[in-house]
Design a protein around this ligand. Sequence first.
Ligand code: ZN
Length: 177
Amino acid sequence: MQPETYTLMHRMYCVASSKSEIEIVLRRFKEIFDATKNSGKRDDQFDAAWALSCTAGLYARLCEPYLAEQSYREAIKLFDKNRMAMNAATICVALATFFWEQGRIHEAEAMLKQNIVYLIRHWGSGNRHVLAAEEELMHFQLTEQIIEASRHRWCKACNVDDYGVGFDFEDTDKAER
Ligand SMILES: [Zn+2]
């Protein structure tokens, strides 16, 4: 696809708000998927997986969690099959967030772990992107929250205290109330 097609489709994806608008955009992404899924070209395989991941987000907005999950999983599988580990990782985080929003904590955790597997495949272990993902997983296991943990400078749960302020003041604060 042309670069402007991605831009246009992405804009449609973002702007669609009513049920009928979302359904129209959904049809466009399905057309892209159908036109590219059987192609042997790497670019087409990318487009197919990309269209699937967008389809997933649209299904989620249509309150079709089962279909959304299937699309997310197929997108991950397709990116994986075509050795696009970086893209597979991105969708793992999207699916983790999707599960988390539904209170499906164990499934969210499994996806955050899978994200690390793909990132290691792409970057190698010890890379900063991998370390950030590991930090996110740890924070999630301790708090059941997804927060972009690699950005946190102070977190009692993870024992991160970059400012050296300690972890006691929160309790003191409560005691004063
Ligand atoms: Zn934390």
